[in-house]
Design a protein around this ligand. Structure first.
Ligand code: SAM
Length: 318
């Protein structure tokens, strides 16, 4: 078992399979881009080995993220490899949805269970402003394709930013009345240097919730893999409306996760720049790798309070 010094069991890995992305989101990109050299990125074989050992140590859920995981060639092949690992209960992926329309069916066929799609606005112009790309239609088509392919539940992550998309919260919430998507409004977090984050952009969760309630009464509900989200349903809604208060109410006491960066470094906490390089251990056999994981888990901080990460979300795996 992977248990940290505070008695928290680690059952969830978020693995960033690339730092590359086909968007330039203003909360994620920061200053000039420098990609990791391809040879520094974990191979699919290395990711497979890591997940196999982690599952043996009690990890039950794996999420692939990035960067944008769908820009990495052959990602369906990786999913097929991981889906075959006995004991892995939940395999999911977080994507910006740009390439999802063409890939949803193949990913489902390879064994992917569900997806989270990031979408902050329904307004094409704002979409371009937030992401740097004219791509709203493609993302919406990607969400449709995910629903048709049975990648359920389809969750949609919305980062709420004052002056950018906060006015749209009620409209986004209303979307769940007609469409079986599971929205999750997320507080804007100060992760990474040189992003758009600032106190003026931050909208506290209570305010987001009040705006969402303009769409109707929010009744408590449940959705698979709910994680730290508080989930509600509008009367008659096909989907749900969830809230993740990453800033106002931290959930460190229940943290069950580790992040793996594209170059194979364990990140104990999203907010801590302290990392543990797993790469040397990946070549040393399963027992050595298991021991490295056990050691790494013991370094997980009790809480994120007081920590200020400099690494950008894109290079960590959000
Ligand atoms: N490219 C994929 C995507 O767009 O979903 C996966 C990587 S992206 C870094 C993962 C998630 O992190 C996205 O939902 C994005 O909105 C969120 N994110 C990035 N920076 C953030 C920040 N500063 N605060 C809150 N969420 C953030």
């Amino acid at each position: 078992m992977l248990v940290d010094l505070f008695g928290r069991r680690i059952t969830y890995l978020r693995i960033s399979i690339t730092d590359r992305c086909n968007l330039r989101c203003l909360y994620c990109s920061g200053r000039p881009f420098e990609w990791l050299a391809p040879e520094r990125i974990l191979s699919y074989e290395e990711i497979y080995r890591l997940v196999k050992v982690a599952v043996h140590l009690g990890v039950e859920r794996v999420r692939l993220t990035g960067g944008e995981p769908l820009v990495r060639r052959g990602v369906a092949g990786l999913i097929r490899m991981l889906a075959g690992i006995p004991g892995l209960r939940d395999l999911s992926l977080t994507t910006n949805g740009l390439l999802l329309a063409n890939l949803a069916q193949e990913l489902r066929g390879a064994g992917l269970r569900r997806v989270n799609v990031s979408l902050d606005t329904f307004d094409p112009e704002k979409f371009r402003r937030i992401t740097g790309v004219d791509g709203l239609e493609r993302v919406l088509a990607g969400i449709e394709a995910a629903l048709s392919a049975g990648l359920t539940p389809v969750k949609v992550n919305v980062v709420v930013m004052r002056g950018l998309n906060d006015e749209e919260v009620p409209e986004l919430a209303r979307w769940t009345l007609s469409t079986p998507v599971h929205l999750r409004f997320i507080e804007f977090m100060p992760v990474g240097e040189g992003t758009e984050w600032g106190p003026d952009r931050f909208v506290p969760l209570e305010e987001i919730r009040e705006r969402a309630a303009e769409a109707g009464e929010l009744r408590p509900a449940e959705v698979e893999g709910g994680g730290p989200a508080r989930v509600f349903r509008l009367p008659g809604g096909k989907g749900t409306v969830g809230f993740i208060a990453a800033m106002s109410r931290h959930f460190c006491r229940h943290c069950n996760r580790l992040r793996i960066t594209p170059e194979g470094r364990i990140r104990y906490c999203l907010f801590s720049d302290r990392e543990f390089d797993l790469r040397p251990h990946l070549a040393r056999g399963e027992e050595a790798l298991a021991e490295a994981l056990r050691q790494a888990v013991r370094r997980k901080p009790a809480s994120r309070l007081g920590l200020e990460p400099r690494r950008l979300m894109r290079t960590i795996g959000g």
